[in-house]
Design a protein around this ligand. Structure first.
Ligand code: E4P
Length: 221
């Protein structure tokens, strides 16, 4: 399973990239609005730091605006994947960019049928927002199972990128279903690394070793 970070925060990206955990990045206008500095510069820096796919989102909603922005964003680097909203003109943009060899990630997907149509238009990734579905009283993970099954049935060459993840259990469940990618806020990735029993176990090892050192003052390992 690939792990993307869902953030525009350079410090977090560097931190987890140094651990070898970051296969790619997803950003959106809200995530960029939380960072200080010029958003264009931030996006350029992210594209330089991360070798894998970096999803950068268009702001326009007409075909012309989205295509122009996509061409501009693609100049930031070869690894840019253009994030397009799941709207009728968005699907036309996905088709056109695919013909030009530009990969797209269709965002704001809330049903299996939307994912099916985005894949049919030629998206490289679909981003179903499971946390927002959970927030609205639905079982977000259900659509992940449905999408994975549909793509398998018809051999779509589109990756399911599980988005709007709220807790580590979402990641486990997405992995069991077989989704290709999860995109995680940095704090969720941090929670996945830590376990209280790991901390407790390490602390016991270290204090027991202190006893060994006292008994063997010249010990070197
Ligand atoms: C995905 O690409 C989106 O950026 C993101 O996962 C949205 O998550 P949210 O519902 O926490 O805003």
């Amino acid at each position: 399973m690939k792990i993307f970070l869902d953030t525009a925060n350079i410090e977090s990206i560097k931190k987890y990239n140094d651990m070898g955990l970051v296969d790619g990045i997803t950003t959106n206008p809200t995530l960029l609005s939380k960072e200080k500095g010029n958003p264009a510069e931030i996006m350029r820096e992210i594209v330089k730091i991360v070798k894998g796919p970096v999803s950068l989102e268009v702001i326009g909603t007409t075909m012309e605006e989205m295509v122009n922005e996509a061409h501009g964003l693609k100049k930031y680097g070869q690894n840019v994947v253009v994030k397009i909203p799941m709207i009728p003109d968005g699907l036309k943009v996905v088709k056109k960019l695919k013909e030009e060899g530009i990969q797209t990630n269709v965002t704001l997907i809330f049903s299996a049928n939307q994912a099916l149509l985005a894949a049919k238009a030629g998206a490289a990734y679909v981003s179903p927002f499971i946390g927002r579905l959970d927030d609205a009283g639905h079982e977000g993970m259900t659509i992940i199972s449905e999408i994975v099954q549909i793509f398998k049935n018809y051999q779509f060459n589109t990756d399911v990128l599980v988005a709007s993840i709220r807790h580590p259990l979402h990641v486990t469940e997405a992995g069991k279903i077989g989704a290709q990618v999860v995109t995680l806020p940095p704090d969720i990735l941090g929670k996945m690394i830590s376990h209280p029993l790991t901390d407790k176990g390490l602390s016991a090892f270290l204090s027991d070793w202190e006893k060994v050192k006292k008994e063997n003052p010249n010990l070197v390992i």
